[in-house]
Ligand binder design. Structure first.
Ligand SMILES: [Fe+2]
Ligand SMILES: [Fe+2]
Length: 275
């Protein structure tokens, strides 16, 4: 049982005047990615095939991700009654394929898988916190607040399980760092770009670079310094480094510089031509 249900959302406070059309586009894309959580939960249950305790937690986690998808999809349909979630999700599933039937982790070990999952939850918790702080529309603000709180708990769930895995399989620092960096780099892979395309532009052909930029251009604008700092703290903790020392402060500064740089660069690249 999750910490909230769809009926807890004050849907009747929806305020059309505070809807930003570009926000609707990224919310539609996010709803598809979140709703796909069930496939990841299935994959985790295969990787931890002899661990019924963790399997149960993974299923609960998958259900919460699905609820994120449902809440975002319902809000998107209020903002744009023409949004057909089922059709968009079918397009997303047909075009974005990952082999979820593997029973070993692509990260080489169970610990590696947990580090990768932690990185995803760092990304989502920072993202929904930034979205919650940026949006004006009250219903979406509430949804993002609930989701952000869930994503932090998800991080803790995987972090705790990482410690459990570490009792049986030790993976060295450099391996941890490599898995973490690899998963962060994958954030710019097809998943979000394809979701943005499937949710918003299905009549045109998929263009990975264009759709990836379209999604990221809006997402990068949302962040503030404290979102970056919080994300860095969680990343360092997961790879086994001190999350509060000089390294953390330097890494935060670098992360913030990078986010500003990317936001400016993406804004320039995606600006419609005046000709
Ligand atoms: Fe989520
Ligand atoms: Fe999550």
């Amino acid at each position: 049982m999750g910490h909230w249900v769809l009926d807890d959302i004050p849907w009747d406070l929806f305020d059309r005047n505070k809807v930003d059309p570009e926000m609707v586009r990224i919310v539609k894309a996010a709803s598809l990615v979140e709703y796909n959580g069930v496939a990841y939960a299935h994959h985790l249950c295969r990787i931890f095939s002899d661990d019924t305790e963790f399997q149960q937690k993974a299923r609960g986690w998958g259900e919460e991700e699905i609820q994120h998808g449902k809440a975002l999809a319902r809000w998107a349909a209020m903002a744009d009654p023409e949004f057909d979630f089922e059709a968009a999700f079918a397009r997303f599933q047909a075009g974005y394929r990952v082999d979820f039937d593997l029973d070993v982790s692509r990260r080489g070990s169970r610990s590696g898988e947990m580090i990768a999952r932690c990185m995803v939850e760092v990304g989502t918790s920072s993202y929904y916190s930034a979205l919650r702080d940026a949006v004006q529309e009250p219903v979406l603000k509430e949804i993002c607040g609930n989701i952000a709180a869930d994503e932090i708990r998800h991080y803790k769930l995987f972090y705790k399980n990482l410690a459990r895995c570490g009792e049986r399989e030790r993976i060295g620092f450099w391996r941890r760092l490599r898995v973490a960096a690899g998963r962060i780099a994958e954030s710019s892979d097809d998943e979000l770009a394809y979701a943005y395309y499937a949710a918003n532009e299905a009549k045109r052909p998929y263009d990975r670079r264009r759709h990836s930029r379209a999604y990221a251009a809006h997402a990068y604008q949302l962040y503030h310094k404290h979102h970056a700092a919080h994300g860095v703290t969680l990343i360092l903790k997961a790879v086994g480094l001190n999350p509060h020392g000089l390294l953390a402060r330097t890494a935060s500064r670098l992360a913030w510089w990078f986010i500003r740089y990317r936001a400016t660069q993406l804004a320039r690249l995606t600006r419609p031509s005046s000709h």
